[in-house]
Design a protein around this ligand. Structure first.
Ligand SMILES: C[C@@H]1N[C@@H](C(=O)NCc2ccccc2)[C@H](O)[C@@H]1O
Length: 448
């Protein structure tokens, strides 16, 4: 292996309480909110086809025009308690809020810049009331922070001249100050979700980032930081030059999902997902495919079945309202979660052979097995192959637990479970198996 000073500092998973809590969330809510919600993907009557939160980089949007938008930020509809209540009914266990996106505008009163909410007509802290409202609903709060900052004069994407390097030192100090300030102001935050760390300039900062990550972890013991923050000695993020995971979980699944357990390398991971194909900030004209609640539930279940968390994105509009499409999805997913959350919370990977009807999840505490059925076989017979000597002690549906199923053994350790579920059931049906205790399959303990 390659000698690294600033590579991964831990092999294997974190096993402490805060990480176990993180591992058992299942479902999270991402919120992308900021000045980009004001133009909402349009400028002077023209439609911007890129991601709405990147509109400042659009050739038809003069930087000067974008940089004046903070003078219009006055979201009178902003209601953090309503947002938190909606997240509760969705069934989200944690929420990630953009404190500062790539444009550099800060939703909290920062001592280190004037480019923040206190200098907008709104004039008040946004992050604090959100943290308070979500804490009150029992939803853990994580802070999204973009290292890339188009507003700061010291920011550089690459370091070419001596002047670049001097300016960038100031930018690094500014970045450190803002991060420590956020942890001081919002000490109940459970972790940081970093973004905008792909620049060559940042990839040269292994030592600085390593020291800063240590400082942040000292400020809030147990703080959870993913693989997208710091580069190793050779500029590698997510996995260091020896292939070991940086940070506490893999943060590489943005708008995509792993297909197999092997794709996850056995690590903890999250998938962050947009409702349209590629809009995080508010865009008033969603084009292309907009995901249905059925598709989002399948992505959620697939994530949990592979030991990941699924984080669904919301992009409130310029006045602070949650758009109706997202409200509708939150209600539909919430209704399904009300009945089936037992197959999500505290659940993870089960090493039984994947079948066509859908996904298995396993409750890490009870060992109960959940069959989440998305593809009902035409003959209604769900095939289940168990590891040898594991039987199906008790089988029932989460929706109607009183109705038990008698599995039909069609081969050794292979059964058919004949679905009785009424065809009208909305969304995937979940069948619960309480496996016999003959012998807990070796190896599944590791998957925890
Ligand atoms: C979570 C999302 N990340 C931001 C983004 O720029 N993603 C595009 C991207 C993703 C991975 C490598 C480079 C660039 C988007 O604006 C969202 O904030």
């Amino acid at each position: 292996s390659i000698a690294l000073e600033h590579g991964s500092h831990r092999l294997g998973k974190r096993t402490d309480e805060m990480m176990q809590t993180w591992r058992n969330y299942g479902l999270g809510q991402f919120i992308h909110w900021g000045l980009y919600a004001i133009p909402g993907g349009h400028w002077e009557g023209k439609y911007y086809g890129g991601a709405a939160e990147w509109i400042r980089s659009w050739k038809d949007m003069p930087n000067e025009a974008y940089d004046e938008l903070y003078k219009e930020f006055d979201p009178q509809n902003f209601d953090p308690r309503a947002w938190a209540k909606q997240a509760k009914s969705l069934g989200a266990k944690y929420m990630i809020i953009t404190t500062k996106h790539h444009d550099g505008f800060c939703l909290w009163p920062s001592e280190y810049t004037d480019y923040d909410v206190t200098n907008s007509p709104y004039g008040k802290d946004i992050i604090g009331p959100l943290v308070e409202a979500y804490d009150a609903e029992g939803i853990d709060v994580y802070l999204y922070f973009s290292v890339m900052d188009w507003n700061h004069l010291g920011y550089r994407s690459k370091l070419e001249t001596e002047e670049d390097r001097e300016a960038y030192e100031g930018f690094k100090e500014f970045t450190r100050n803002q991060l420590l300030e956020l942890l001081d102001l919002y000490p109940t935050t459970k972790g940081l979700w970093f973004d905008g760390t792909w620049d060559a300039a940042w990839k040269e900062q292994a030592a600085f980032a390593d020291k800063l990550e240590t400082e942040m972890r000292e400020k809030i013991p147990g703080l959870i930081i993913g693989s997208r923050f710091r580069p190793d000695d050779y500029g590698n993020r997510h996995f260091d030059s020896n292939g070991d995971l940086m940070g506490d979980y893999e943060q590489g699944w943005e708008r995509k999902l792993p297909e197999t357990f092997e794709d996850t390398k056995g690590n903890d991971w999250d998938c962050v997902m947009t409702v349209p194909e590629n809009q995080w900030g508010y865009h008033s004209d969603w084009r292309g495919h907009v995901k249905t609640s059925f598709e989002l539930i399948e992505m959620l279940v697939k994530s949990v079945s592979l030991n990941g968390n699924f984080v669904m994105n919301f992009g409130p509009d310029g006045q602070g309202s949650i758009r109706e499409e997202e409200t509708k999805l939150a209600a539909e997913i919430g209704d399904w979660m009300d009945v089936n959350h037992e197959a999500i919370y505290g659940c993870g990977y089960l090493d039984w052979k994947k079948q066509d009807w859908g996904y298995y999840t396993k409750n890490r505490e009870t060992g109960k097995v959940y069959m989440v059925v998305f593809n009902r076989p035409l003959n209604g017979a769900l095939r289940v192959k168990t590891p040898s000597k594991i039987g199906l002690e008790k089988v029932y549906s989460l929706k109607e637990p009183s109705v038990t199923y008698e599995p039909e053994e069609v081969h050794k350790d292979e059964y058919f479970i004949h679905l009785k579920e009424s065809k009208t059931s909305k969304g995937p049906v979940v069948i619960v198996i309480e496996p016999t205790k003959e012998k807990q399959q070796e190896g599944t303990e590791y998957q925890k």
